[in-house]
Design a protein around this ligand. Structure first.
Ligand SMILES: Cc1cc2nc3c(=O)[nH]c(=O)nc-3n(C[C@H](O)[C@H](O)[C@H](O)COP(=O)(O)OP(=O)(O)OC[C@H]3O[C@@H](n4cnc5c(N)ncnc54)[C@H](O)[C@@H]3O)c2cc1C
Length: 392
């Protein structure tokens, strides 16, 4: 297994439980969950957004139920206050009603509520006409989930080798790593931001490339007049893969405001230009030019919106329509950013919305474990293991 993010750990655990044998996870960092799995919003999504019948819808609905049970069983603190999705102008009402329909088709517990009922759930949230209340949305600290899952997998016999980076495909049945060659019977690629590079080395998924987008968060000043019980989300533009800036109360008590989705010039460009490189940078610029030119996925409006969020004022403009009383000074720097590994089809320049998995003769490659893959990780792992072509 390559990668100790939530997907790699969940699959390793599932493989060990189902087949026994030796399961080894190599991870280039010193700890598990160092990237997206430990730096996300920690929201356990419910399946409101996804079209009925999509893999995301199915695995998210089940994943929400299973992850909430998992957190309760393992005493992982959780904010279990649901979420509201609010409209900022009348033009968003059709999309709000579409979300209501999708929720019902996916079996998610939601209700359409008016401003008065909204205030009972979230006293500072504001909406035009109606809002959606989503009962089963919860929030966890993703690092706590990772620590628990890794400890459990290790107890059950999964081996973890940290500081061990996959370097190349090597000869048949061997991988080259930073700690020498390792033999394998079946290789599972859960390398997140690098999953496309690994897959290409096995001749798999060559039509895809990963584009990195940074999600920046602010912390709400504790003295702010804005009170948040659970989550306040905007109606997203359903043509784009991002959900927009939202308020989220974390189990530790603070409230995050974010994330943005800034296109990057490097897969691990967490700060400024650190981590930017020519290969990733030129790929991103090429795709941005293509997407911009063709206005794919309404990319132009998305791009302008995201660029505006590079400044605190732009971020504030995006967030202030969700809750009364927000002031610019309420947005404090704080939470570590996370980087989203977004798959693009290089032939069509289309950003892929659903989870994607591909197989080689002795390998399985998880290529688009985008949000809500954290929520969905437990059934997602079962889905991947069911589909694996193992020589046994
Ligand atoms: C800002 C942000 C907010 C999000 N919010 C939510 C949310 O609220 N709810 C939700 O459900 N989802 C959310 N997500 C999505 C979620 O975090 C991801 O879908 C999920 O974490 C993906 O897990 P992963 O294991 O595929 O990737 P990762 O966590 O990135 O793990 C991949 C691992 O592979 C390792 N690796 C890479 N290359 C190599 C190599 N060559 N050798 C060895 N190891 C390697 C990396 O070091 C890393 O640890 C969010 C994501 C972001 C970025």
């Amino acid at each position: 297994m390559i990668g100790a993010g939530v997907i790699g750990v969940a699959i390793a655990r599932e493989l060990k439980r189902r087949y026994g044998g030796r399961v080894l996870v190599i991870e280039k960092e010193d700890v598990a969950g160092w990237h997206a799995s430990g730096r996300n919003s920690g929201v356990l999504h419910t399946g409101v957004y996804y079209t009925a019948g999509s893999l995301k819808a199915r695995l998210c609905v089940e994943g929400n139920r299973r992850m909430r049970d998992y957190c309760r069983a393992n005493r992982i603190p959780m904010v279990d206050k649901g979420k509201v999705i609010v409209t900022r102008h009348e033009g968003e009402l059709p999309a709000l009603h579409e979300l209501y329909k999708r929720s019902q088709a996916n079996g998610v517990r939601v209700s359409l509520i008016d401003q008065q009922a909204l205030r009972e759930v979230e006293p500072c949230a504001t909406t035009v006409d109606r809002a959606l209340f989503v009962q089963d949305t919860a929030v966890v600290n993703p690092q706590k989930v990772m620590e628990t899952m890794v400890a459990e997998a290790a107890r059950e016999g999964v081996e973890f080798r940290h500081g061990c980076a996959w370097r190349g495909a090597g000869d048949d049945g061997l991988v080259d790593t930073s700690q020498g060659r390792i033999a394998y019977g079946h290789l599972v690629n859960c390398a997140g931001l690098f999953a496309d590079r690994v897959a290409h080395a096995y001749g798999v998924g060559t039509q895809y490339r990963i584009l990195p987008f940074r999600g920046q968060f602010y912390l709400l000043r504790p003295q702010s007049r804005v009170r948040v019980n659970g989550n306040i989300y905007p109606v997203p533009d359903l043509r784009n893969p991002f959900l927009g800036v939202h308020f989220t109360r974390r189990p530790e008590g603070e409230v995050t405001v974010g994330p943005s989705a800034l296109p990057l010039l490097g897969r691990e460009q967490y700060r400024g230009l650190q981590g930017a490189n020519v290969s990733d940078g030129s790929a991103m610029v090429r795709y941005l030019v293509r997407l911009f030119g063709r206005n794919l996925d309404h990319f132009r409006s998305l791009a302008w919106k995201e660029l505006a969020k590079m400044s605190r004022r732009g971020f504030y403009r995006e967030a202030k329509g969700l809750a009364d009383g927000l002031e610019l000074r309420d947005l404090l720097p704080g939470k570590e950013p996370g980087i989203r590994a977004q798959l693009v089809n290089t032939r069509t320049a289309e950003l892929l919305n659903d989870f994607v998995m591909e197989h080689g003769p002795k390998s399985t490659h998880v290529l688009n474990a985008v949000s809500p893959a954290f929520t969905s990780s437990l059934p997602f792992a079962e889905y991947v293991v069911n589909a694996m072509k193992l020589d046994r």
